[in-house]
Ligand binder design. Sequence first.
Ligand code: 5GP
Ligand code: ZN
Length: 117
Amino acid sequence: MPGDPQDDCLFCKIVAGHIPATIVRETDTTVAFRDINPQAPTHVLVIPRVHYPDAASLAAAEPAVAADILRDAGGIAADEKLDSYRIVFNTGTGVGQTVFHAHAHLLGGRGMTWPPG
Ligand code: 5GP
Ligand code: ZN
């Protein structure tokens, strides 16, 4: 079924508690945890409990959960006292997506250039 856990998915294993993570926020629909290889002083991944390969497919199937991810990213940014931050959804190998379970990167705590690399 769309949205069901995938045996070979790292982030489904984190949702299930089978792989440890430094969790900063949990809701009925989402889990947020610190990236293992942080690219900024704050680098948190916000993921849905349900499995979809990328953010757009999540939003098409379960738009309320996609909105929850944005709500949580904003809440964590406020908790971390970030007045500027970036939310990134890498989609596809060509732009660096490596985990095919939808996730937002919340990045902040340092200056960033635009356009991104
Ligand atoms: P992507 O490249 O798919 O947009 O982002 C995947 C992110 O997951 C990367 O930033 C990577 O550092 C992070 N990551 C990969 N494996 C683990 C892990 O086992 N634990 C945590 N906390 N983050 C991970
Ligand atoms: Zn998954």
